[in-house]
Design a binder for this molecule. Structure first.
Ligand code: CP
Length: 329
């Protein structure tokens, strides 16, 4: 049975196939999901992910059921051997196989704790869904990855520049008012590596991505002919970049992180002065939602080089292709 909770579930050839199909289908609405039912389980809020998956199912001739955990749905326990004497009334060991009896696939959104990098990297909730499901599990973002976002990011780059092999792209850390998950930067890194890009990552010291993600990206890049490099110098990272991806993420461990640490590095906010160091045809990407003038300045988001809305649209297109791969092939 297929699942899609990581870019590694596709690999470089699968990423290429999904991007090709998504671009090829753009503008058309084949009823390729007739009679298919998607269960969508949200542990956390969403705008784009929820709307785009519901649109994929409706446009494709199918349907979706949306469940918000803790909001009209029992709170779910995922820990093996848990003594369930708290507010989590149902274990995923029952909830997931029950839901799987009703639907053709289950899509799940859960976030990182942002307090324990090692625990988040193990992706406990998403893996509990995978382990207990009899239908395909799709990640709508987990503690470790947001692979649908990564596909949409690379589709946007592919549409702009054509080939992605050896394309210089920069992933830059950006400031925020609170520590955020690393799922989006992880998935951009893994997907860009699977597509053969030359990726530069820039972040302040202490905001390292998990070593296992860096190792996976390095292995993918070695296979595809791309590369991954790291710097703590944001200016250096922008030089010559054709695509700049900005995202806030938390430090390697945020335990005890105070207001001073959170407000540090405000000079990493991406503005036009930063973008001027990139290539003249560089595009700007962000997964959204974005905190204007905290993470990214208005003059970047409102500039013609910003592709953030196209990028959000492409969630729909890559997920259509993904659902076809999961349910029809
Ligand atoms: N990019 C993204 O996943 O957006 P939402 O959180 O609104 O779904």
């Amino acid at each position: 049975m297929k699942h899609f909770t990581s870019i590694q579930d596709l690999g470089p050839a699968g990423v290429e196939a999904i991007l090709s199909k998504a671009i090829g289908w753009k503008g058309g609405f084949p009823k390729h999901l007739a009679d298919k039912l998607l269960g969508m389980v949200f542990f956390n809020p969403s705008l784009r992910t929820r709307a785009s998956f519901e649109a994929v199912m409706a446009r494709g001739g199918g349907n979706a059921i949306v469940l918000e955990v803790g909001n009209g749905v029992w709170k779910l326990e995922d820990r093996p051997g848990a003594v369930m004497d708290g507010d989590r009334a149902e274990h995923v060991k029952e909830a997931v196989p029950v839901l799987a009896r009703y639907v053709d696939a289950l899509a799940v959104r859960t976030f990182a704790t942002c307090a324990d990098d090692e625990a988040d990297n193990v992706d406990p909730v998403m893996n509990a869904f995978r382990a207990n499901s009899t239908v395909p599990i799709i990640s709508m973002e987990s503690a470790r990855e947001h692979p649908c976002q990564g596909l949409a990011d690379l589709m946007t780059i592919r549409e702009t520049f054509g080939a992605t092999k050896k394309l210089p792209v920069t992933l830059t850390w950006a400031p925020h008012i609170k520590p955020l998950p690393k799922a989006v930067p992880n998935s951009f890194l893994l997907t860009a590596a699977a597509a053969g890009c030359d990726i530069r990552i820039a972040h302040p010291k202490g905001f390292e991505l998990h070593p296992s993600v860096m190792a996976e990206a390095g292995a993918l890049a070695a296979y595809t002919g791309g590369s991954v490099s790291l710097t703590n110098d944001q200016t250096e990272a922008f030089q010559g970049a054709r695509a700049v991806y900005a995202k806030a993420w938390g430090p390697a461990t945020s335990a005890g992180l105070g207001a001073a640490e959170l407000s540090a590095h405000s000079d990493w906010q991406v503005d036009r002065a930063h973008m001027a160091k990139a290539a003249t045809d560089a595009i700007f990407l962000h997964c959204l939602p974005v905190r204007r003038n905290v993470e990214v300045a208005d003059d970047v988001l409102d500039h013609p080089s910003s592709r953030v809305v196209d990028e959000a649209e492409n969630r729909f297109h890559v997920q259509r292709a993904l659902m076809d791969w999961l349910l029809n092939t």
